[in-house]
Design a protein around this ligand. Structure first.
Ligand SMILES: Nc1ncnc2c1ncn2[C@@H]1O[C@H](COP(=O)(O)OP(=O)(O)O)[C@@H](O)[C@H]1O
Ligand SMILES: [Mg+2]
Length: 346
């Protein structure tokens, strides 16, 4: 018998067996295919994996901004404080976005309007989401948010236009906009424009400070494990639309168990190519429109066994918070094939 929701230890966010597919002329792209994880307040989860592994589609599914009609969330649950966002009306979902969940861009110029003062554009979400009308109240909320992100003389900054600010200040403004409506969850996808890793880490650290102070949950998406190492508590490694390994940051770095995670680790250890970009793994990620039944990493895997080509590995627990989906890792850790379904929540 299931217990009443109020007596359960409830996570801020719980994603259960999420599947988001794109129905294209060239076949069905299973961009996200059985993703499960949970996130608590005060916690930062890093989603890592090569380009095309389904990180952005996972985030966009949570906020239900999947491009239609090709993209569709075909199954799963996205529980925010126990409420399934996939069941909300479009109107209710618009309220959730921006108010309860903030999507933070790491490219400040794309989210600031050059024609309006900082004060004007910061008041807009407060009017829309919090229905605040009084000028003095709007002003005090804006000032409060600006103070939280460490903007000096915020009264003066409210009257500035974006071009009058330095890059660092603009990023603080964008962060202030992300938190002004008091969301419970912050989502930061990696910048699409080339952004120095050091700058990216600075931006994420600022977000993390604010997130810790306000006790929010945060999801950070990046292809770079070095970035997660600096800002996350828990890491989930994605490959071909699924989470293949998940662990608290220290445990992940001490005992990476999936051969794909182990390969990503080499990047963190500093191997770089001629252009200075971090080491990349040989071979290509699979085309998610043509996945075979086995483990999609098998063709690139140094530890591949026969079973890997035939059957997708189940989610195995290596410790209370460390899971992996890999036949070789199971064998190395003496775990029997106990028939857990892939994508089972942990
Ligand atoms: N608009 C789209 N139309 C069709 N397929 C898409 C679309 N967006 C994403 N996909 C598919 O989903 C996969 C995962 O994309 P994405 O989540 O953006 O990867 P990343 O991990 O780099 O963020 C892509 O490789 C592609 O096959
Ligand atoms: Mg992406």
């Amino acid at each position: 018998m299931s217990r009443a929701p109020s007596t359960q230890s409830r996570h801020l966010l719980e994603v259960k067996d999420l599947r988001t597919h794109f129905f294209t002329r060239n076949g069905v792209a299973k961009a996200v295919d059985g993703v499960s994880f949970s996130l608590d307040r005060g916690q930062t989860l890093g989603l890592v994996g090569e380009s095309g592994s389904g990180k952005t589609v996972t985030l966009m599914s949570i906020v239900r901004l999947i491009p239609k009609p090709a993209g569709r969330i075909v199954s799963g649950e996205v529980l925010l404080e126990g409420r399934d966002l996939l069941k909300l009306s479009d109107r209710d979902m618009r309220e959730v976005r921006g108010a309860e969940i903030s999507v933070v861009t790491q490219d400040p110029m794309t989210s600031l309007n050059p024609l309006y003062t900082i004060g004007n554009q910061m008041e807009e979400p407060l009017r829309y989401h919090q229905h605040i009308r009084s000028h003095s109240e709007l002003r005090s909320h804006v000032l409060d948010a600006l103070k939280k992100v460490g903007i000096p003389v915020p009264e003066r900054r409210m009257k500035s236009y974006p071009h009058q600010l330095s890059g660092g200040q603009r990023q603080r403004i964008v962060t202030a906009m992300a938190i002004e409506c008091q969301p419970s969850l912050l989502i930061a996808d990696e910048p699409t424009t080339a952004l120095d890793v050091t700058v990216q880490i600075q931006i994420l650290r600022l977000l993390r400070e604010v997130q810790k102070e306000m006790n929010l949950g945060m999801i950070v998406v990046t292809h770079d494990l070095a970035v997660v190492a600096r800002v996350c508590d828990v890491v989930a490694v994605m490959y071909a639309g699924r989470i293949v390994e998940k662990a608290p940051i220290v445990e992940m770095f001490e005992k990476p168990s999936h051969p794909y995670t182990q390969a990503l680790m080499k990047a963190v250890e500093g191997e770089r190519d001629a252009t200075g970009r971090l080491y990349t793994i040989e071979g290509q990620p699979p085309d998610v429109r043509r996945l075979s039944p086995g483990c999609p990493f098998a063709p690139r895997c140094p530890k591949v066994m026969d079973i890997c080509r035939g059957e997708y590995p189940p989610v195995a627990s290596l410790s209370s918070q460390h899971t992996v989906s890999c036949w070789a890792a199971m064998k190395e850790n003496g775990i029997e094939h106990i028939g857990l379904a892939p994508g089972v929540a942990s």
